[in-house]
Design a protein around this ligand. Structure first.
Ligand code: 0X9
Ligand code: ZN
Length: 408
């Protein structure tokens, strides 16, 4: 398919589809079933009542036109954003977004933390990406808790499953910095570091992130950079590649799709790295996966409309609501947004009984907030309003069911 699109493909919108370009599409979908029908083909960026907005590659636009032409209000090609003219092969952000950390800068921050705070910070490799880059894992705990002590409650924060969601690297990276910097001065944080085993993987999809910023131009890339056999398409959607309910809706078997689930669960070294780590760390009770954008706090299930039910349902609902008091985000069951199977949280909870949340960080929308590229000015405020939820989750990682005795 992509081979055909590699040439030129005519559309009914008066332009031609080019394989590497991205397109803005405005659709109408009147309920969650209609949105979930769309999510079989495309990734939905934003929902405002009956209006659905997305950025798609040429492959996905062709499928939308074939199968959901009646829902398309408008579609047009998007210009590549960044610095022009000039050519650069540098893996770095455009100058206007210089405060964002590229991969080398992420590694430098981590090295500096380990050097400055050796009694509380360590770093490890979680594994390597498709293109062979080391996936860093930061561990923050008092040295008395080493070597790994499974009686100390554990928590994991993950950033950047999706390439273009750069703010989702910044927030966990700044969190690591903040925890380490505050150890001496903030008694609450000091106590958490002394009684919890805190893990932070700020950037999982390194290859995709670097591809997205290559040449200091944003490409709106989402997936990793897997090379697909017998296809010119690249990339698997890492948030469709986990095993629980894999391939049961809201993901695609087609390598050209932005929601391609991969050839099998955990086919990708990036998701496999998370799996391997969780399997060796049974004390991890809570996981928070940062994404952008939409200002949402999501909890399972995401692959089916079912509620988790019982006591755990109450725990998820209460925790999500409590956290929303800090950041003002909207708490909801993932599948109320749209059904998508194979995501991190369905697996973490379904297989390991880990209380897992997905945060869709700011902005709320694309029209006034900048969507995936909200600029560097937003970083600090978004980080600050998400410190409270992170400390809250660390606190409850000893026993999340404690919140049920706190007044409900
Ligand atoms: O679609 C996703 O993977 C997440 N949204 S994003 O814009 N960051 O790509 C949301 C995942 C939530 N899970 C489900 N709806 N199952
Ligand atoms: Zn995402």
């Amino acid at each position: 398919m992509k081979g055909i699109l590699g040439f030129v493909f005519a559309t009914c919108w008066g332009f031609s589809l080019l394989a590497d370009d991205t397109y803005f599409v405005h659709l109408k979908a009147y309920n969650v079933d209609e949105r979930s029908g769309l999510a079989e083909y495309i990734h939905i960026d934003e929902i405002i009542e009956d209006d659905v907005y997305t950025t798609v590659n040429a492959h996905d636009l062709a499928l939308l036109e074939a199968f959901h032409w009646d829902k398309i209000v408008e579609a047009y090609p998007l210009a590549v954003d960044g610095e022009a003219p000039g050519f650069s092969n540098e893996y770095d952000f455009p100058a206007k977004d210089d405060d964002y950390h590229n991969y080398d800068e992420v590694l430098r921050v981590i090295d500096d933390l380990v050097e400055e705070y050796p009694h509380i910070v360590e770093s490890f490799s979680l594994g390597t990406t498709v293109e062979g880059r080391m996936i860093p894992l930061i561990r923050i705990t008092h040295r008395d808790n080493r070597p790994m002590n499974f009686f100390v409650p554990g928590i994991l924060f993950i950033g950047s499953h999706h390439a273009r969601e750069h703010l989702s690297t910044e927030v966990p990276l700044l969190l690591a910095q903040h925890l380490a910097d505050s150890y001496d001065s903030d008694p609450t944080i000091r106590k958490l570091i002394e009684t919890r085993d805190i893990y932070i993987a700020p950037v999982l999809n390194i290859d995709g992130k670097l591809y997205d910023i290559k040449g200091k131009k944003y490409k709106r890339w989402r997936k990793n950079r897997a090379v697909i056999e017998h296809s010119k398409a690249r990339g698997v959607d890492l948030n469709r590649n986990y095993s629980y309910g894999w391939g049961t809706g809201g993901s695609s078997k087609n390598p050209g799709s932005d929601v391609y689930m991969g050839p099998k669960p955990f086919s990708e070294p990036e998701t496999e790295a998370i799996k391997n780590f969780i399997e060796t760390a049974p004390h991890i009770r809570i996981l928070l996966s940062y994404h952008t954008y939409g200002e949402l706090i999501l909890y399972p299930w995401g692959g089916s409309k079912n509620n988790i039910g019982g006591r755990d349902q109450k725990i998820f609902e209460k925790m999500a609501w409590d956290m929303s008091q800090w950041n003002g985000y909207t708490p909801m069951k993932s599948s109320d947004l749209y059904i998508a199977s194979g995501d991190t949280c369905d697996w973490a909870y379904g297989v390991h009984q880990i209380y897992c949340f997905t945060f869709e960080l700011s902005p709320r929308g694309r029209f006034f907030g900048g969507g995936f590229y909200p600029g560097e000015k937003i970083i600090d405020a978004v980080f600050r309003e998400n410190i409270g939820p992170a400390l809250y989750l660390m606190d409850y990682s000893d026993d999340p069911s404690r919140i049920l005795s706190n007044g409900i």
